[in-house]
Design a protein around this ligand. Structure first.
Ligand code: FRU
Length: 536
């Protein structure tokens, strides 16, 4: 029902946007529209992926092959709001510079091309290969708008397409769908892996607010294995975009299985977010780890990112060196279609390496920006062993471009107080974030960060991530790219991702601490320069 309303709302918005488009040559621009369109390039990130034009949401079909990282994405090429979904395509050799390629998959008589995954079929189990290069198989959801209009529940089914030229061109399988709808309205976003332990393909699929698992030998015939999630996790929305994969626990030989399960709405700070579960997979069922379940008793879910702008996170297939690299859509369904860019809408997060660690609270995922980002550092400034109190300017624009940088910060000697970082510009926009030890949380407050009036949901609350206890030391990595901040707390134990739209670039970075409190600090700020930054 929720989803029905959600998609009906999206359809209405789409119709409105189509209408806008058809009239756009005839209606003179109002001053507000003019300023919005001139903001397009001003707000476009330097080193995060955005489509050249029009609407984008979830990352899809990500795979790595022969030195190239492929990213597909939910794309509507004819408007800047959600519409009939295609798969856009981009490629990168470094996960930072992306080059957009022609559209990979377009809607057809079976419906729109919703989210899904892609796998490199090394052993040609599908038989689609030509014997020379391994075929790549995309597994996606057909969403049929005609069936949706009739009120029928079998709107979504799973289908495949294959590529024998390393993802450049795709042929849809002529016997689609490969998995029919069993009568579940929200039945989508297949994520497939080759399960080396049980020698089978495994598909994780979102089904209302459950994850379903299916198995296959050839990617064409699928057998239902099991269902997960009835008694655990956050359920205040529709489960979407799952991802199941094994990981080795850092510093051990132990393998655990990770299930990412995106949900919308119902995130910890409202709207869209990614929760995850750690457990074991026996080839049929995913069983939650006991310590993880016990720890969950006190709370709803464990979140991959507690900011408001990281959704639909999934990981790359076939990544080298045993890496598990993830990517999310850097927006939130609460306001994604209203953000103040017009030519293009939405960017992806920075690609992130996942690692699995054993903690006192059970197993946890850590996320940090991929190491490739460091290759784009062209300048660094370090300040060490500072003793701070009151309001201190840490960096100005003469020292560092705060629109394209990574800051590694350490503070110690913290007491029962608030530690507030401020990014600001000359016109008075201020983005505040930091630590409140009195209520044990990390927060981001974008209520005065610039253009905020496009949606009430954008600033309705301060974003908060609770901490287990007050802390004496704080360390974080902050990735800044014009209109986004990605905060990785304590070596990636927690992440908070948030977008913002300042009237002009931030030029000053300050820290406000109580006058009475002496805090020690060291930090490093690094300038990121990609091709786009060098030749804007
Ligand atoms: C998640 C999602 C998916 C769906 C796609 C449609 O953001 O709703 O569940 O496949 O977007 O664009």
């Amino acid at each position: 029902m929720k989803s029905n309303l959600y998609f009906t709302a999206l359809m209405i918005l789409m119709l409105i946007s189509c209408k806008d488009d058809s009239n756009k040559d005839k209606i003179p621009l109002t001053s507000k529209q003019e300023s919005i369109s001139s903001d397009d390039e001003r707000f476009r990130p330097f080193f995060h992926f955005t489509p050249e034009a029009n609407w984008m949401n979830d990352p899809n079909g990500m795979f790595y092959l022969d030195g190239v990282w492929h990213l597909f994405f939910q794309y509507y090429p004819e408007g800047n709001q959600w519409g009939p979904m295609h798969w856009g395509h981009a490629v990168s050799t470094d996960l930072v510079n992306w080059q957009e390629e022609p559209i990979a998959l377009s809607p057809d008589e079976n419906g729109y091309i919703f989210s899904g995954s892609a796998v490199v079929d090394h052993d040609n189990t599908s038989g689609f290969g030509d014997g020379a290069t391994p075929p790549v198989i995309a597994i996606f959801t057909y969403h049929n708008p005609e069936k949706e209009n009739t009120g029928s529940t079998d709107v979504e089914s799973q289908a495949i397409a294959y590529s024998t030229d390393q993802g450049r061109t795709w042929i849809k399988y002529d016997e689609n769908p490969v998995l029919e709808n069993p009568g579940i309205l929200n039945f989508r976003d297949p994520k497939v892996i080759w399960d080396t332990m049980h020698k089978q393909w495994v598909m994780a699929l979102a089904a209302d607010d459950r994850t379903y698992f299916y198995g296959s030998q050839n990617l064409k015939e699928w057998e239902f294995l099991s269902e997960f999630g009835s008694d655990v996790g956050a359920h205040d929305g529709v489960w979407e975009c799952p991802d199941l994969f094994p990981m080795t626990v850092e510093g051990t030989d132990t393998t655990k299985w990770v299930l990412l399960q995106n949900l919308n709405p119902g995130g910890p700070n409202g709207g869209s977010a990614t929760q995850y579960f750690i457990g074991d997979f026996n080839g049929r069922e995913f069983m939650l780890d006991k310590a993880f379940r016990d720890e969950l008793n006190g709370r709803e879910a464990v979140w991959l990112d507690q900011g408001m702008d990281n959704y639909a996170t999934v990981t790359w297939d076939n990544a080298p060196e045993g890496r598990r690299v993830s990517l999310g859509w850097m927006s939130n369904w609460l306001y994604a279609q209203e953000v103040p860019t017009k030519k293009w809408r939405s960017s992806m997060t920075i690609a992130r390496d996942l690692s699995l660690v054993a903690t006192d609270e059970g197993y946890r995922l850590k996320t940090l920006p991929v190491k490739e980002l460091d290759e784009f550092i062209t300048d660094r400034i370090q300040k060490q062993d500072l003793e701070l109190n009151g309001l201190t300017t840490l960096l100005t624009k003469n020292e560092m471009d705060l629109s394209s940088s990574v800051i590694d910060m350490e503070l110690s000697g913290l007491t029962d107080a608030s530690y507030v970082f401020l990014l600001s510009n000359e016109v008075g926009d201020t983005l505040r974030f930091g630590l409140v030890n009195t209520d044990t949380s990390i927060f981001i407050d974008r209520s005065k960060s610039g253009i905020i009036d496009f949606s009430g949901d954008f600033t309705s609350d301060i974003t908060r991530a609770p901490l287990a206890a007050p802390i004496e030391k704080l360390s974080f990595k902050l990735v800044l790219d014009k209109t986004s901040m990605e905060l990785f707390y304590n070596d990636g134990e927690e992440a908070l991702t948030q977008i913002f739209f300042p009237h002009s670039p931030f030029t000053k970075f300050e820290l406000q601490i109580p006058d009475s409190n002496r805090v020690r600090s060291s930090f490093e700020a690094a300038l990121i320069q990609t091709d786009k930054k060098k030749n804007p």
